[in-house]
Design a protein around this ligand. Structure first.
Ligand code: FAD
Length: 317
């Protein structure tokens, strides 16, 4: 079932989660152990993030360094299929521009289609850790909007090879990313929303937001989107704070603010158990207000930590 169908048919706010693939070498059981307790809350879909390659340098002796490209968390397509089979739940693979040619993206989408996975979240991806700015592959996409265009074309039976006739149309439901506090490269929010609107005009069907800790930012964002005619569902993305360090690393990594009241509380905590309590309580209060606002779904970034999300869901659903 399409994510948009789940959203439109829901009688109350839905609960969904986003997970990371296991590290290379780990068993899929690690992931199942993470998901098992959260399945109690009947998420209609589970998102699986994509992690692009990193460069590492191996010392080969005699002053020689070998540059190697490694993927620490490979396997999104297989993981999505495994989760779908085990839990009978929709899975949403994240498809990124970075590191892929258009042809490779097409082949991954064909695999997903064969595996009966018909929801995708299309994003650009960030720069490789050792690079200062995002660089597309030579035959790849520069922006997420180009990825949306490719999937919409496939949904219309138009594949990259123009000589393919009567190609089977895919039927992907397309999600894209949104940033209540603006994408960090955009000079201003309106610039960012201009491109979001173009994605929607092209065929994006719902938005999932970057995490935020101040609901007012989400409310303002939704209102701005509606004023601009962006009328698709905007699912808020939430993350419970679990460790003290996140007070400073989340703003740096995700280009978001933490409200003073929250960051002060975190600073006062004596250990990470206290931080977890503060984080869970903040997320519960945020969620309650969002439910009251009428959000279609609360999407939790579980980031390998099921317990805090379980506590929040227990208080809400
Ligand atoms: P784009 O829409 O391409 O936008 C990037 C920037 O360019 C923005 O500033 C935008 O305003 C601008 N822009 C857009 N189109 C154009 C254009 N045509 N011309 C000029 N400027 C343009 N990253 C991962 O690597 N893996 C994941 O699994 C992942 N999941 C995510 C899930 C969510 C819900 C969110 C919010 C983010 C996720 N990210 C993930 C991070 C994402 O890849 C980065 O934030 C990335 O920098 C931007 O992705 P985007 O799709 O918003 O990019």
């Amino acid at each position: 079932m399409k994510i948009t169908d789940h959203l439109s048919k829901a009688k109350s706010t839905l609960f969904s989660i986003e997970i990371l693939p296991p590290l290379k070498g780990q068993s899929i059981q690690v992931l199942f152990d993470h998901l098992d307790p959260l399945m109690e809350f009947n998420p209609p879909f589970v998102d699986v993030t994509y992690h692009r390659e990193e460069y590492v340098y191996k010392d080969r002796g005699h002053g020689l360094l070998e540059k190697r490209s490694i993927k620490k968390r490979p396997g999104t397509v297989g993981i999505c299929s495994a989760i779908k089979n085990k839990y009978n739940v929709e899975t949403v693979p994240h498809i990124i521009c970075g590191g892929f040619t258009k042809e490779e993206t097409e082949n991954a989408l064909i695999d997903l289609n064969f595996l009966d996975i018909h929801n995708v979240l299309l994003i650009r991806g960030d720069a490789i850790k050792s690079e200062s700015a995002f660089k597309p592959e030579e035959l790849g996409h520069h922006y997420a909007i180009e990825l949306v265009d490719q999937v919409v074309n496939m949904n219309n039976g138009k594949y990259l090879d123009e000589e393919l006739i009567k190609a089977t149309p895919t039927d992907f439901c397309i999600g894209v990313a949104g940033y209540p506090e603006k994408h960090f490269e955009a000079p201003n929010l309106m610039f960012d929303l201009h491109y979001l609107k173009r994605k929607v005009e092209l065929g994006a069907q719902y938005v999932v937001t970057q995490m935020f800790f101040d609901n007012q930012k989400y409310f303002d964002y939704v209102n701005k989107c509606r004023e601009l005619g962006i009328d698709i569902p905007i699912i808020p993305g939430l993350k419970p704070i679990t460790i003290k360090r996140q007070n400073t690393i989340l703003p740096r990594i995700f280009h978001i603010d933490l409200p003073e009241a929250l960051s002060d509380e975190i600073e006062k905590c004596k250990d990470n158990d206290q931080v977890k309590e503060v984080g869970v309580e903040w997320a519960i209060q945020q969620s309650k207000e969002l439910i009251e606002f009428g959000v279609p779904c609360l999407h939790f970034y579980s980031m390998g930590r099921a317990e805090p999300v379980h506590k929040i869901a227990s208080a809400l659903f």
